[in-house]
Design a protein around this ligand. Structure first.
Ligand code: FES
Length: 218
């Protein structure tokens, strides 16, 4: 979806004002909207051409502590952008009981097409806390395990130069449940819950393996 289509779909162009968060009641599937530029570690724009196929990246959106996965799944995916419509993004908070990557380890991660998973295939997102598997090709829907909900999708867009933006969240995001369930960890990581809940104005993109100490796979 390009930016024009996104705005048309939402019908709320006037609400995308810098510094304001816009919630849509007429489009319940989009739970959050705000345009945030994605940046490289050096602060320059993160261009879509930097996304390496099958390499999982992490950035934080819409809150300082809510992690998102960015990945090129190598084939056309639901909601995908880029030449092959293969670049997708999801909230990397497990929709089952809100496991998420920390600097020390992550139990939820992307598995490339050559890897095996509990769903007997690769190209999945899997959480090893209680073995839920999600399909990044089909909007993050549950393939296996106890999760009841798809992963929330992060809507992406590019400008004319190909620089990437996160522009919204689609689906059941569970951010409030995440804050509640992980209060003590978030306080430790961010200094306070207030800081963990700060809305980001821009977000740095890094490889997931550079963010976390260990990707735990099962
Ligand atoms: S927290 Fe991820 S499967 Fe339970």
């Amino acid at each position: 979806m390009n930016r024009r289509d996104f705005l048309k779909t939402c019908g709320l162009m006037g609400l995308l004002i810098e510094g304001k968060i816009a919630f849509s009641s007429s489009t319940p599937s989009i739970s959050f909207k705000r345009e945030v530029p994605l940046k490289r570690e050096d602060g320059k724009p993160f261009n879509i051409k930097y996304v390496k196929r099958y390499e999982p990246y992490i950035f934080f959106y819409p809150y300082a502590s809510t992690p998102c996965l960015l990945v090129d799944v190598g084939k056309k995916a639901e909601g995908g952008i880029g030449k092959g419509s293969s670049i997708v993004s999801f909230s990397l908070i497990c929709s089952h009981q809100w496991a998420f990557p920390t600097p020390s380890e992550t139990f939820i991660t992307y598995y490339g097409p050559e890897e095996t998973s509990l769903a007997d295939r690769g190209n999945v997102i899997q959480c090893c806390v209680h073995m839920s598997v999600f399909d990044p090709l089909k909007g993050g829907e549950v393939i296996d395990g106890p999760a009841d909900y798809s992963l929330a999708r992060i809507l992406l867009d590019t400008d004319r130069e190909g620089n990437l933006y996160a522009v919204g969240v689609k689906g059941k995001d569970q951010f409030q449940e995440f804050f509640q369930a992980n209060r003590s960890t978030l306080k430790r990581l961010y200094g306070s819950l207030k800081k963990a809940k700060e809305i980001v104005k821009e977000s740095r993109v890094i490889r997931l393996k550079d963010y976390t100490g260990e990707e735990i796979k099962c």
